[in-house]
Design a protein. Structure first.
Length: 448
């Protein structure tokens, strides 16, 4: 933030009084972390964190104050394509931006999920409609050895996961976004119905990051759901992507002949390495039981498939080199927004007065389709915007909205809008759309 909050302001925002047992712990202490000197012996618990107890068969978590790890103007939770685009756009618009991510890298499903292909970039005339921050990342990959292939009009580019992680790191670091990795956004900090930050959980314990506006780019809508924003919970296909190697040592004619029968997947920028997608069954991405079962079942299936490949004459040397570190979740929670992207509008070529970008040809959509700003703004609640696959869209638009390129578009718009809300001192739903559209164009976005 441009100004430090006083302790009194912080306590007012977080509402430390009146919280009942078992409610979200929206409370803080001074902005400093506990420091343990090397070799120091620790006996007993930290008095600031009373124990969770089992009382009369009930698990009770007491109310206590959370330390404030950081304060910022715009907080982006989730560092997938949407989150990275949002953080970069906000920072470039002249505000302080912070991004938090539960994994050790940027890119979300694009990198950690090994969903390496970039779909929905082009219109029917092979004009690229997804530009801005997302296109900048692809341009960086163009300059990297084995960073990207198939970079030509109307074709689907495919990236290397590790190169992409590094390209995004360079961009985030280059613009000066504050970064916290290895921490999970677990709750919203509320003042009335307005979000004033997020609670994160990490090896440092449970802490708060305060912000003037939050962009929920978690994919699962974790923060807007915690804040009480209206949304829909949808089960959908959950798979697990893998990569195989040494296909360059197999007769090319055999690879071509057996590609579909053996499920050899698609080429990547690294010679002989293919990525293999998996559809997976419908399941609840917010259920730890479902996620655990799928992880176990899918890993068994991947190894069984590998055995089949290796038993095929000529393919004995093919090896499994990686299983994605995160499950291939396609959809879960979806915001109920001020506007909603629907299939009818997408197929008819309709546009919106508040258009903030376009998606391209994919999943039966034969031309570019407009995305309204209202799809990022919750019908109820302030101080938060959605970006990525969890924006407001009907079920028939789940597959197009979750793709990498549209996630770049909605993230870019959310970050730019959040910055304008901070600078103009207004609510996210009150952002001047004309000013937002002007800013997006200045930052390289395509608005038709």
């Amino acid at each position: 933030m441009s100004e430090k909050l006083s302790r009194r302001d912080v306590l007012r925002i977080l509402g430390v009084t009146g919280l009942g047992v078992g409610m979200a712990n929206h409370a803080i202490a001074d902005e400093k972390e506990s420091k343990v000197k090397p070799g120091k012996r620790i006996e007993g618990r930290d008095a600031a964190r009373p124990p969770v107890t089992l009382t009369d068969g009930k698990v009770i978590q007491p109310q206590y104050e959370l330390p404030v790890l950081h304060q910022t103007d715009v907080l982006v939770v989730g560092a997938g394509p949407a989150g990275v685009a949002a953080a970069v756009a906000a920072k470039r618009a002249g505000v302080n931006a912070t991004i938090v991510e539960r994994y050790n890298h940027f890119g979300g499903q694009w990198t950690g999920g090994l969903v390496l292909v970039v779909m929905a970039m082009w219109n029917k005339d092979k004009v690229q409609v997804t530009r801005g921050v997302g296109e900048e990342i692809l341009l960086r990959l163009d300059k990297m050895k084995r960073g990207i292939i198939n970079r030509r009009p109307g074709v689907l580019p495919t990236v290397d996961a590790e190169a992409t992680k590094y390209a995004m790191l360079e961009m985030i670091d280059g613009v000066g976004v504050d970064v916290f990795l290895h921490c999970w956004g677990v709750d919203a900090v509320l003042e009335g119905d307005a979000v004033r930050g997020a609670v994160i959980e990490s090896k440092s314990g449970r802490q708060a990051i305060l912000a003037k506006i939050v962009v929920d780019a978690t994919g699962d809508g974790d923060i807007f759901a915690a804040a009480g924003a209206p949304h829909e919970h949808r089960p959908y296909h959950i798979g697990l992507v893998s990569r195989i190697a040494n296909l360059d040592k197999v007769d090319p004619a055999k690879v071509k002949e057996q590609r579909k029968a053996l499920g050899l997947g698609s080429d990547t920028p690294v010679s002989g390495v293919n990525w293999i997608n998996m559809q997976g069954p419908d399941a609840d991405a917010c259920s730890v039981r479902d996620l655990t079962k799928l992880e176990i079942d899918h890993r068994k299936a991947i190894w069984k498939k590998l055995a089949k490949i290796q038993e095929t004459p000529g393919f004995e040397g093919v090896d499994l080199i990686e299983v994605a570190p995160q499950l291939g979740v396609r959809i879960s929670r979806v915001l109920d927004g001020m506007g909603t992207l629907n299939r009818k509008d997408a197929t008819s070529g309709a546009t919106y007065p508040d258009v903030i970008g376009y998606g391209g040809i994919c999943y039966g959509l034969k031309d570019a389709w407009a995305i309204p700003y209202g799809a990022l703004v919750p019908k109820k609640g302030e101080g938060i915007l959605a970006a990525g696959r969890c924006i407001s869209g009907e079920a028939k638009m789940a597959d197009p909205l979750r793709l990498i390129a549209p996630c770049f578009v909605t993230g870019h718009a959310a970050g730019a809008a959040a910055a304008l809300a901070v600078k103009d001192g207004c609510k996210a739903r009150e952002v001047d759309v004309t000013k937002l559209q002007k800013l997006l164009r200045e930052q390289g976005a395509y608005l038709g």
